[in-house]
Design a protein around this ligand. Structure first.
Ligand code: MN
Length: 196
């Protein structure tokens, strides 16, 4: 399925991948209001550590898994694999997904705030070029998502910093600020607490 064919609000895929009797992740509502502009990045210590970038659009969180996390250096283009839409309630999820469940491992809310698309976002998504401003606690300024492979199931994008006053090739924010913006905890601390 291409970006253009994707339904506006698809939580069926998200739900089919999870057993809500076992995971504390939210099932989500079908009638969440559209029109919000939440932005969140969750750091997720699954089998392979990654960062989940989520942008609210039409009542769901559009999602990409970014293995290396964001870079403030505009030359560092980070692979971002498009993943299933997540419910809005997921933006506040922090905790441990049990081993054996999809995405098993600790999750922290690494950054959150608002986003502002520079163009009509549905058209930009369909085109595979989305430029936007992030107003987060850690990430700010202009960012880009560019689709490099659009064959639906394994849709590959690149996520990278735009050239503005918030760009900084000399800083590694993922190393400098590993903690949750909600609790100040690291994924390692959340994992340890969950294992008790
Ligand atoms: Mn994830």
């Amino acid at each position: 399925m291409s970006g253009a064919d994707r339904p506006r609000r698809d939580l069926a895929t998200y739900r089919a991948m999870r057993d809500f009797a076992r995971t504390a992740e939210p099932r989500g509502a079908d009638d969440d209001a559209a029109g919000g502009d939440r932005y969140v990045i969750q750091k997720h210590a699954a089998r392979r550590l990654h960062y989940d970038l989520r942008l609210e659009l039409d009542g769901v969180l559009l999602s990409w898994a970014v293995p290396k996390g964001p870079s403030l250096d505009p030359r560092r283009r980070r692979l971002a694999m498009r993943t299933e839409d997540h419910p809005l309630a997921y933006a506040g999820f922090e905790g441990v997904i049990p081993a054996g469940q999809y995405g098993g491992g600790a999750v922290v809310v690494w950054d959150r705030g608002r986003w502002t698309p520079r163009d009509e976002p549905r058209e930009a998504l369909a085109r595979g070029r989305l430029s936007f401003e992030l107003h987060g606690e850690k990430l700010r300024g202009r960012w880009h998502l560019v689709r490099t492979r659009g064959d639906g199931k394994a849709e590959a994008w690149m996520f990278f910093k735009g050239k503005d006053e918030h760009a900084d090739a000399g800083r590694d924010l993922t190393a400098e600020r590993p903690e949750s913006v909600l609790t100040g905890l690291t994924v390692e601390q959340v994992a340890a607490a969950g294992a008790r």
